[in-house]
Design a protein around this ligand. Structure first.
Ligand SMILES: [Zn+2]
Length: 241
């Protein structure tokens, strides 16, 4: 007998030996096992979903906490008062500008006043730390980020009137003096077409600071009514970027 034939015969004999009951019992056991696995998998999937939800909730809480830290730090900066000397100089310049606008002023007096205003402004800009800065970025915000849309951004200190153009266009926009740092609040959302505001019209600096340098979300956070925005559709908004 060939070895292959011998093997065939052995299989035949062994299969005859297995009882029918044993076969059905094995099938039933395996089917039960499958059912248990399916149940266990369903349970695991459920837990994964719960964990994913928890993860998402923690991510949102983390984002809120990060935002809170940054907004409250900003609010703290916004509450600072410029020094008495700074406020005195500022008031003096505003007064002299008002005097120079008097219709009855003589040409000689007007010339003198203008000279004084210019020199006061120069001195003032040397001691001012430029804590509150307005400006516009050198980019207008269509999402395509075309090179053609770039121009030089500009910034202005609303306390002393010092202003400067960026030395580079976005994305490498850079300011030599009025750059962003921990002790300086910068709002770069002016429209470049509107130009920079005439800060000497603002006698009440506190009002301007509160209006433009305090993020209104701070109040909701203090009240505990701040709601995390639903960002699930954000991806669609930026898909062309
Ligand atoms: Zn300044």
């Amino acid at each position: 007998m060939q070895p292959a034939q011998a093997q065939e015969q052995e299989i035949q004999e062994r299969i005859e030996d297995i009882k029918m009951g044993t076969l059905t019992k094995n099938i039933e056991e395996a089917e039960l096992k499958m059912k248990n696995i399916a149940e266990e998998q369903a349970e695991i999937n459920k837990q994964v979903r719960v964990l994913n939800e928890q993860q998402k909730k923690l991510d949102n809480e983390k984002n809120d906490a990060t935002l809170k830290i940054s907004l409250f730090k900003e609010a703290l900066l916004a509450r600072r008062e410029p020094s008495k000397e700074v406020m005195r100089l500022r008031k003096m310049i505003i007064q002299k500008i008002a005097d120079s606008n008097d219709e009855n002023i003589s040409v000689k007096k007007l010339g003198e006043l203008k000279g004084e205003i210019d020199s006061l402004k120069k001195d003032f800009q040397k001691i001012c730390l430029h804590p509150f800065v307005f400006g516009h970025s050198g980019y207008e915000g269509s999402y395509s980020y075309d090179r053609d849309d770039w121009y030089y951004g500009r910034r202005l200190c609303i306390v002393c009137g010092f202003s400067e153009y960026a030395v580079k266009t976005p994305p490498d926009e850079k300011f030599v003096t009025l750059f962003q740092h921990e002790g300086r609040l910068v709002r770069s959302n002016l429209n470049h077409k509107d130009g920079l505001p005439d800060i000497w019209r603002w006698s009440n600096l506190r009002e301007i600071i509160n209006k433009f340098f305090v993020d209104k979300r701070v109040f909701k956070m203090v009240d505990g009514t701040y709601k995390h925005p639903d960002l699930s559709n954000l991806g669609k908004l930026f898909k062309n970027k």
